[in-house]
Design a protein around this ligand. Sequence first.
Ligand SMILES: [Zn+2]
Ligand SMILES: [Zn+2]
Length: 126
Amino acid sequence: MAVPDEPPTGSCMPGDDQPRWPRCPGCGARRLTRCPVCYTAGVDFAWADPAPDGTPIERIICPTCDEVFAPRYARQCEWCGHGFAEGYEPPAPPGPREPVNRRAVAVTLAILAAAAAVVVYLAWLL
Ligand SMILES: [Zn+2]
Ligand SMILES: [Zn+2]
């Protein structure tokens, strides 16, 4: 009679390993944070050790570049769209780039030409 394997411990239960991580009040999902250096986004960065100077700010470690930073979270829940009072704006999807405004360039050139004409006129008067 085979002995069944040990059941997995609770450490792999989702959500229980990071009770400090802020959650969305709408759907309970972890809030998305982002590394300020390499822009790696995630919801399960490891917590860093407390700052040596005693700063009572919780910091997390970027798994990509090992940057230690105070987490900022996305302003909007990526799952249910819940809006928060603070947080960074999630990156907008890349859209069509605005073409160079030819009209603005033409207006600028016209103004410069007019100014040059005035200078020439004044010089001619003198
Ligand atoms: Zn990073
Ligand atoms: Zn949510």
